[in-house]
Design a protein around this ligand. Sequence first.
Ligand SMILES: Cc1ncc(COP(=O)(O)O)c(C=O)c1O
Length: 477
Amino acid sequence: MALEMFRKEETLAMRKKLIGQSCRLFYSDDPVKIVRARGQYLYDENGKRYLDCISNVQHVGHCHPSITQAATTQMELLNANSRFLHDNIVQYADRLAATLPDKLRVFYFVNSGSEANDLALRLAHQYTQHEDVIVLDHAYHGHLTSLIDISPYKFQKLTGQKEWVHVAPIPDIYRGIFREDHPNPAQAYADTVKDVIDKVHQKGRKVSAFFSESLPSVGGQILLPKGYSTKVAEYVRSAGGVFVADEVQTGFGRVGSHFWAFQLQGDDFSPDIVTMGKPMGNGHPLSCVATTAEIAGAFTANGVEYFNTFGGNPVSCAIGLAVLDVIEKEDLRGNSSRVGGHLLDRLRQLQTKHPIIGDVRGVGLFVGLEMVTDKEQRTPATDAAAQVVRRLKEEYICVSTDGPWENIVKFKPPMCFSMEDADLVADRIHHILTDMERSHQKLDSEDLRLTGVILEEDKGRNAEVFNTTNLTDPYHN
Ligand SMILES: Cc1ncc(COP(=O)(O)O)c(C=O)c1O
């Protein structure tokens, strides 16, 4: 079978003509055409291999043979409407239940993270009979109209904030309102949610749900301070609302130590609704909402059937089961802890060498490297982060940026990412940042020379800086 029908330029021209231009490409100046993939590697039309640090969806690895086999076997046998009785859906729900707190025992299968969050909104509304929703600043929860409404990342650029939506500060201890030097940032940030609840009540309104990613990703690879969610859940529940944990990016063992990122908050915390998606089907559209019997009961009580044409079909559930098997058999959570820990160590070492690295944070294979032009002020280094992404692409490594200022280089690779991959990424970032610092110094000293104020003691250093044309590059020899 031919892997390529069109030359890259033709594909690009047809895409520009036929596909909505708001569907953006990675590296829009010079997009990459990928024709096959395996594990953590992507291959372009010329067979060139890229290391993939972006694809958290292909969770257990691109084109994993066990997943392909499970899909093919089930597809050859049956893929029927989920209104017929079938073992896969119940077996899969049972396996998911074993990973979750006891109270989360009822499942609804859907086809995307957006569908899952939209259903969570409906469940919360039906159960609480309240309307208002509290979200974290810069959050993204999906592309449906209902979710754009609760995604500050989107609505701030579009229709603005609806009266039923309320935004709490993001608990970012590097850049937020309470930082790493605060004695109890978890409590302080949770109290900001309490303030929001009080304001909702002052307006005569009532809280239906608090929505939060367990580790805000679009918000900038943020780790919620431990204890935050427990406290917020307490405030939200006493206002009659429910806590929705969006695990669409972070679930299925990405954090290594736990299956779900909300479990990092401690055993005393359990959400009322968990939404899941991306990694669940390893690229097959499979998503889910897990909730309590009480919330599901209230949803049933409205007397209206919930029907989802594709959700929970036998093929999707066979794939979901195979993903769970591979996570276990290949100890991908253990791998995530080991390799993620190593990547964090290597990036933290780089932080001591490169002042442009303001912060390195993460857990398992959910890692962010925050770039700043000024360590004291923590001024976002947006252009430099874009430059790192571009330069890494030239080295055949795919990463992306996130955060309100797009200055956080993020890593969320397939979970089979190896120690060697982590070393390669860290080595190349070191090389790129060293190179960027040298050209920066060179530019600075040229400016000084032009204004005639170059300092005598800098002359030796600059001579060394200018003499770097033969920098050795271990990967390009
Ligand atoms: C945290 C989070 N929730 C929900 C969604 C929406 O998922 P989907 O694109 O599958 O609809 C996304 C997608 O990026 C996401 O990152």
